[in-house]
Design a binder for this molecule. Structure first.
Ligand code: NAD
Length: 277
């Protein structure tokens, strides 16, 4: 039985704090990879229309035998589908590919502020939420300015903001803003995509002290900061390793050492300018 704790979202829906991300998993491998994650105990699965693997992900969910209400499925609306009607159509297509009649969380993938479309796009997500076809709706890559605009012009408060967040990009101000507004922060690329970050000597030292791997140590840091994280791996042993993080605790010295790793450097695009459709 999984020991993953839940975060209660601002509408009362409970979301597992640790989930499994499937970016860059090809559709024909997604069924096998997601099955491995479900076997290892993950219940929260993070996909997106643009990942092209909603179908394979849905197949793994269907054949898992895990009750639907124990699963937490997130997918995201891609940039080319901003706009009220386009968003409604895109959501229907995602649901069909997943083979589900509702998702647990539906996110606007990027704000594309220059396009000026995220408010009407959000209004489509409000409708989807009102219809019960998404148990919660939220955002990805939104900054406080974008969220502020939604809060003042629309009525459903976003439940989640999924952003790039790892020890080199700790997002302290954004996390504090989200906390003040009852929005749960979720970390994408929580392992800094593996390269570089997991070889950091400070992380290596803390990992050795606890007798755990660097990846486990970084995931523990996320959990102790209190936000959600969705590490990805296609390797079954690493999939299991990444959820085996509930029987050790970082101490104040470890957390202080982690705080010193924040360079503010992004691995992904800048949400203020990213607009690839
Ligand atoms: P990640 O930080 O989860 O790193 C994944 C990589 O780390 C793996 O490919 C592997 O190379 C390595 N790795 C994983 N486990 C390891 C272990 N135990 N030991 C050593 N190396 C290990 O990176 P990610 O895939 O970019 O992010 C995770 C998820 O976040 C994605 O799959 C996706 O679901 C989501 N995401 C969302 C957005 C967004 O814009 N909303 C953007 C990027 C990613």
């Amino acid at each position: 039985m999984s020991k993953v704790p839940f975060i209660t979202l601002n509408n009362g829906v409970r979301m597992p704090q640790l989930g499994f991300g499937v970016w860059q998993v090809p559709d024909d491998e997604a069924a096998e990879t997601v099955s491995a994650a479900l076997e290892a105990g993950y219940r929260s699965i993070d996909t997106a229309a643009i990942y092209g693997n909603e179908k394979g992900t849905g197949q793994a969910l269907a054949r898992s035998g895990v009750a639907r209400e124990e699963l937490f499925v997130t997918t995201k609306l891609w940039n080319s589908d901003h706009g009220y009607d386009a968003a409604l159509r895109a959501f229907d297509a995602s649901l069909a590919r997943l083979g589900l009649d509702y998702v647990d969380l539906y996110l606007i993938h990027w704000p594309m502020p220059a396009a000026g479309t995220f408010v009407e796009t959000w209004q489509a997500l409000e409708k989807i939420y009102a219809e019960g076809r998404a148990r919660a709706v939220g955002l990805s890559n939104f900054h406080p300015g974008h969220i502020q605009r939604l809060l003042s012009e629309t009525s459903v408060r976003p439940a989640v903001d999924q952003v790039e967040l790892h020890p080199r990009l700790q997002q302290s101000e954004l996390r504090a803003f989200n906390a003040r507004h009852g929005i749960a922060t979720e970390a994408w690329s929580p392992l800094g995509q593996g390269r570089g970050l997991l070889d950091d000597p400070v992380i290596g030292r803390i990992a050795a002290k606890h007798g755990r791997s660097p990846a486990q140590t970084v995931l523990r840091w996320h959990l102790q900061l209190g936000h959600m994280a969705i590490p990805k791996s296609s390797t079954p042993s690493r999939i299991r390793e990444n959820i085996d993080v509930f029987d050790f605790e970082l101490d104040a010295d470890d957390l202080a050492a982690f705080a010193g790793l924040d360079t503010g450097d992004r691995l992904g695009p800048d949400p203020e300018t990213f607009s690839v459709a």
